[in-house]
Design a protein around this ligand. Structure first.
Ligand code: GDP
Ligand code: IMO
Ligand code: MG
Length: 439
């Protein structure tokens, strides 16, 4: 039995969805604990592509229980659309395999309107949010005015809270942002209908997890975004509005830290970032273009091209520290095939000082220039490789360097989008040491 947290170690889109789907085979429960439909997790199973924004990536394993924890911000319209799409594809989504926490905060139309209005007003300094209302919803949660799933299930309580919130939000939208105001009656009808649809799915996630844990079931926690988008530890203010680090799984699902057995960080073999914000190892040349093209680096949520750059171990080492990582999952190694010389950032030169961490102040991060080490690339196709021994010598050297600099083992290597394009050196749900010895 094991409870395992999966988090992104960079700026999101590391391939968490694929890894969660893969490991869901051994899990009984798969739990989202933060973020919302800003996430876009892509799974390729039997040649079919699925993109999940809210439904946990374990849903394709129909005998498992998926959960949306209290730390998530839930747009009910988006969730229902996602559920309908799954049903159309012949997959079952019932209260037997999906539970939504009663404590989860709900994204309202005014959250989306405020997100967009604020970004528009910022112009050049915009964060580049996904426009899904994530930040404004978390603001209301922290401000103690938010609407939670249980409120949607009680029409009197909901209509009172909606009226109170809308009075303030419409005032701001009209008078500060010069935007159209929102119609209370329309929102009331729409959201009460969502409440009725979701009522059978609402439950106490924390209590159900406690019971599962006591029965020795395996729980997999699915992180969204990445460590460097964390509201506290990321490149603030170019971050998302939740804690994305592993500790957030405990608060966001309602489970104590003593019940967690393992934390894995998903690391893309290079780095990408969507939206604004500092990115020291970013590439502006044809190698960056090549990585974007070969890696299909376009956002799963907004379709925006992702900024691409070399692997930055300052970023990864911070993630090892901030998440207490037990191991790394390296994804998209195949994308680097054919690049003659690969670079890995090992420290930063920040205004003449050599540093090994991401500074707090934005202007200092922007001044950081990575110090690179070079590694010879490989030309061999990784498509059919399924074991460590079959990896090209130079790919092994690249992975060994990552492991050595990070100081934690590489446990899984992904060399393609599908489930079987994976080398598992150590399965976090199996006890003991490394199961396949690297040569
Ligand atoms: P997430 O948000 O962390 O789940 O990552 P995304 O799904 O947004 O982006 C990762 C993309 O890379 C998806 O399109 C995956 O299908 C794809 N992918 C995942 N692992 C691999 C891999 O090892 N190689 C390749 N070529 N693609 C991968
Ligand atoms: P997954 O789970 C990559 C980025 C946005 C923006 C910033 C704030 O697929 O890895 P927000 O809408 O959250 O207020 O936007 O965070 N962002 C992501 N980038 N992957 C994600 O999720 C992201 N979720 C948010 O692009 O820069
Ligand atoms: Mg994504």
């Amino acid at each position: 039995m094991a409870n395992v947290i999966i988090v992104g170690a960079q700026w999101g889109d590391e391939g968490k969805g694929k890894v969660v789907d893969l490991l869901s085979e051994q899990a009984d429960f798969i739990v989202r604990f933060q973020g919302g439909n800003n996430a876009g997790h892509t799974l390729v199973v039997n040649g079919k592509k699925h993109i999940f924004h809210l439904v946990p990536s374990g849903i394709l394993h129909q005998d498992k229980k998926c959960m949306i924890g209290n730390g998530v911000v839930l747009d009910p319209g988006v969730l229902i659309e996602e559920m309908d799409r799954l049903e159309e594809g012949g997959l079952r989504v019932t209260p037997d395999n999906l539970v939504i926490s009663l404590y989860t905060h709900v994204i309202m139309p005014y959250h989306r309107a405020l997100d967009l209005a604020r970004e528009n007003r910022k112009g050049r300094t915009a964060i580049g949010t996904t426009g899904r209302g994530i930040g404004p919803c978390y603001e209301d949660k922290a401000g103690r005015g938010g609407i939670r799933v249980h409120d949607l299930l009680d029409s009197a309580v909901f209509s009172e809270k909606l009226a109170r919130n809308l009075e303030e939000k419409n005032f701001i939208l009209r008078n500060f942002f010069k935007q159209e105001v929102l119609d209370p009656a329309k929102i009331l009808d729409e959201y009460l209908a969502y409440g009725e649809r979701l009522r059978p799915f609402a439950g106490n996630v924390s209590r159900q997890l406690q019971e599962a844990d006591a029965q020795g079931r395996n729980i997999l926690f699915e992180g969204a975004q990445g460590t460097h988008l964390d509201i506290d530890h990321g490149t603030y203010p170019y971050v998302t509005s939740s804690n994305t680090v592993a500790g957030s799984a405990c608060c966001g699902a309602g489970i104590g830290p003593t019940h967690i057995d393992s934390v894995l960080g998903v690391v893309k073999a290079y780095t990408t970032r969507v939206g604004g914000g500092p990115f020291p190892s970013e590439l502006f040349d044809e190698t960056g273009e090549l990585i974007r093209k070969v890696g299909g680096e376009f956002g799963a949520t907004t379709g925006r091209p992702r900024r691409c750059g070399w692997l930055d171990m300052v970023v990864i080492n911070s993630s090892v520290r901030l998440n207490g990582l037990c191991g790394l999952v390296i994804t998209k190694l195949d994308v680097l095939t054919g690049i003659p010389t690969l670079k890995i950032g090992v420290s930063y030169n920040c205004r003449g000082d050599r540093i090994d961490h991401v500074p707090a102040a934005l202007d200092a991060v922007e001044a950081c220039e990575p110090v690179f080490e070079e590694f010879p690339g490989w030309d061999e196709d990784l498509g059919k490789v399924r074991t460590w021994v079959d990896l090209p010598q130079n790919a092994k050297k690249y992975l060994n360097a990552i492991e050595q600099i990070a100081g934690v083992p590489v446990q899984i290597i992904s060399i393609g989008p599908s489930r079987n394009a994976t080398i598992i050196l150590r399965n976090p749900f199996a006890g003991g040491g490394r199961q396949e010895q690297p040569g």
